[in-house]
Design a binder for this molecule. Structure first.
Ligand SMILES: Cc1cc2nc3c(=O)[nH]c(=O)nc-3n(C[C@H](O)[C@H](O)[C@H](O)COP(=O)(O)OP(=O)(O)OC[C@H]3O[C@@H](n4cnc5c(N)ncnc54)[C@H](O)[C@@H]3O)c2cc1C
Length: 261
């Protein structure tokens, strides 16, 4: 049994692991894809203090290395559900994943957000054409070809600009417009949604699915903490994700000390 399980190895989850290890906890981090989370899609970061112009991948690898050096255990596994098996004052959680089950005394949910998917109508329209959520990652595959960007916000504008430098033609359409017949790939930029569906009724979520928790990262369930972009808050950035990771780990350590005293 672990003291603490952290779900998600984005910037919030990895920072939480660093603080939790330094607080002497036995920590397991569960990550379903790879370390770093969404920032691995950023080519250059200009607002992470102390490292101007670093790429998202390099920043993630540096933090991952630091977390490993401090002794956090990492498993690449997809968490499907969390159950509260204990009683009030003696909470114990069972984390069910694709590869098995793990138990722990406290949890930090740091699962971030994922890109919003195409509407059913547009997905049907897109048919078998490739759908991407990242022009920087996949744009080069469509060099000299015709693509379409779906979305109306700043991210969509950024994707358009990037693809216009590579592709022969870039259509720009809005959510629910028909996909042009000659577009060979679809780039989607219609916002992001929180990765919280697997929590069921374990904690309170707001109407958009973000976890309701204050600056102390405490959720409605004792022993469960929320950190990073999956938490209901105003500013979703690297520094706020890292700050949440630190606050959540401190709150979890204090919670576990209270149970064991
Ligand atoms: C293209 C792009 C550029 C950006 N540029 C900047 C920038 O320059 N400066 C800045 O401050 N911010 C930037 N941001 C925002 C920043 O990346 C986020 O605010 C921050 O990375 C959020 O970190 P997080 O750890 O909360 O979540 P995420 O990065 O979303 O990490 C969550 C992790 O949890 C994992 N996960 C999810 N569900 C499960 C599950 N069920 N089981 C196991 N693992 C799971 C995911 O795989 C992921 O690795 C950018 C975002 C994007 C997309």
């Amino acid at each position: 049994m672990f003291d603490l399980i952290i779900v998600g190895a984005g910037i919030a989850g990895m920072t939480a692991a660093i603080y939790a290890k330094r607080a002497g906890l036995n920590v397991l981090v569960l990550e379903r894809v790879m370390q770093g989370g969404q920032i691995i899609n950023a080519q250059m970061i200009e607002n992470w203090p102390g490292d101007f112009g670093i790429s998202g991948v390099d920043l993630s690898n540096k933090i991952y290395h630091q977390m490993n050096k401090l002794g956090a255990k990492v498993e690449f596994d997809n968490v499907l559900a969390i159950e509260n098996m204990g009683k009030s004052g003696n909470e114990r959680f069972l984390v069910k994943s694709e590869d098995g089950e793990y138990s722990c005394g406290a949890i930090i949910v740091a699962t971030g957000t994922e890109p919003r998917k195409l509407s059913d109508k547009q997905a049907k329209d897109a048919g078998r054409r490739p759908v991407s959520y990242c022009a920087t990652c996949d744009g080069a595959l469509y060099k000299g070809r015709t693509v379409v960007v779906v979305g109306s916000g700043n991210t969509a504008k950024h994707e358009m600009k990037y693809l216009e430098g590579i592709c022969k033609k870039v259509y720009h359409i809005h959510h629910d417009d028909p996909i042009p017949a000659d577009a060979e790939a679809v780039f989607v930029a219609i916002g992001r949604v929180p990765e919280t569906g697997f929590l069921g009724n374990l904690v309170n979520l707001n109407s958009e699915g973000y976890i309701v928790a204050g600056e102390d990262c405490k959720t409605s369930c004792a022993g469960v903490f929320a950190a990073g972009d999956c938490r209901a808050k105003d500013l979703r950035q690297l520094v706020t994700a890292a700050a949440d990771g630190a606050a959540a780990a401190e709150a979890a350590a204090s919670f576990l000390r209270g149970k064991n005293s």
